[in-house]
Design a protein around this ligand. Structure first.
Ligand SMILES: [Zn+2]
Ligand SMILES: [Zn+2]
Length: 386
């Protein structure tokens, strides 16, 4: 049997994994049942197992006993605080939590690929580690797992992972050299003014009105300060101030996110934001508290590993179905693995015909694509270690 036939033969297995995991979604850093299932499946394979890494992270390690390259294959484990509305018979049994980002699919594909790669291990040299990572949706489990040594002993040479991708059609694979996803950060701001009667603004420092000025001015970073050829996003996603129509509030609080593909811009966000906040608050006699938390780095695919993955994609779905997807302002902590090895994160096309976008209560996809992902991982292992 060739690798495509082997992957197709395992379609019912990968679907079974996906449906089981879909029923038991768990939020970031609470992936207890998920980790138990993953551990149970990996335990049946000839792998060295490490569990409880950075919370509920799991790694299965395959040593072929022959010297060679060291490959890392990664899946993420966590779900989202969304109430599922797909109506599928295997819907979430954990109220208010749903695998709406396809991480159930990611795990199912790596579990199935692990089984096949173990079966093919006498054709391979080097090592493969199957990494199941908690908390991708934030605050991020990749970096804490790396800090616990999952990329060491021996050091990882190549890494690969994928995400289900509704923006490209079902049956296609997206492979992009270089930057694919953005650096992501969070900021929190409290504007501190002086409250009072709505009829006496001259006796107050109106935190609400100053907060509004800040929101407007922050948008000018992207439109006026940064080169228009360098894409960026500044979003204020929450804003709270005031309680009643005739009282000027003391404080306004807001939080938001910044996105960029550019490392220099990434480093400059805190000072760019604070300059504007300080300037406005100063001019308006307000105080402020500002906190900027750097998030995931930009996700950048290595050219050499991208060539390997593209070759595997062309063998899996054909040249015409192998696309170059547009970069996304979304973020992914797979980026940390890619910073420390030659890696490629590819996009598994789901299209929109069978469901809504990710992070949506109706997100779903045709489960046939799971065999495609399994085949991709097997081919990548055979290409590098075969
Ligand atoms: Zn997500
Ligand atoms: Zn995701």
């Amino acid at each position: 049997m060739n690798i495509k036939q082997i992957a197709q033969k395992n379609l019912s297995k990968v679907v079974e994994h996906r449906r089981f995991l879909h029923r038991i979604p768990e939020l970031a850093f609470s992936e207890e049942k998920t980790a138990a299932y993953v551990t149970d499946c990996l335990n049946k394979l000839p792998l060295d197992l490490r569990t409880g890494i950075a919370g509920y992270g799991v790694v299965g390690f395959l040593d072929t006993g022959r010297p060679g390259l060291n490959l890392l294959i990664r899946a993420d484990m966590d779900a989202l605080p969304i109430t599922e509305k797909t109506g599928r018979p295997f819907s979430s049994t954990n109220d208010g939590v749903m695998h709406a980002c396809g991480h159930d699919a990611h795990m199912a594909m790596v579990l199935t690929a692990a089984k096949i790669i173990c079966e093919l291990s006498d054709q391979l040299s080097g090592t493969v580690r199957f990494v199941f990572q908690p908390a991708e949706e934030g605050p991020g489990g990749a970096l804490p797992m790396i800090e616990e040594g999952v990329m060491k002993n021996p050091a990882v040479d190549y890494s690969v992972g994928c995400h289900v991708w509704p923006d490209i059609p079902e049956g296609t694979i997206g492979v992009r050299d270089g930057v694919l996803m953005a650096a992501m950060d969070q900021f929190d701001l409290t504007v501190i003014g002086k409250g009072g009667h709505g009829a006496y603004p001259h006796q107050c420092v109106d935190a609400l009105e100053i907060g509004c000025q800040v929101v407007g001015a922050l948008q000018r970073i992207t439109s006026r300060h940064i080169n228009p050829l360098t894409p960026t996003v500044v979003t204020v996603g929450s804003f709270h101030a005031g309680t009643v129509f005739n009282v000027i509030p003391d404080t306004a609080t807001m939080s938001g996110t910044t996105r960029t593909f550019d490392r220099e811009v990434w480093d400059s966000w805190p000072s760019r934001l604070e300059k504007i906040i300080a300037g406005i608050c100063n001019a308006m006699d307000a105080q402020y508290e500002f906190k900027f938390e750097k998030g995931f780095p930009p996700l950048i695919n290595d050219p050499e590993m991208t060539r390997v993955v593209r070759r595997c994609a062309e063998a899996t779905v054909g040249k015409e179905q192998t696309l170059v997807p547009n970069p996304s302002m979304g973020a992914e902590d797979m980026a940390y693995f890619l910073e420390r090895s030659k890696g490629c994160f590819f996009c598994l096309g789901t299209g929109r015909e069978n469901g809504s976008p990710i992070h949506n209560a109706r997100f779903d996809f045709n489960e046939k694509i799971l065999a495609t992902g399994v085949e991709m991982y097997c081919r990548t292992a055979l290409d590098l270690l075969g």
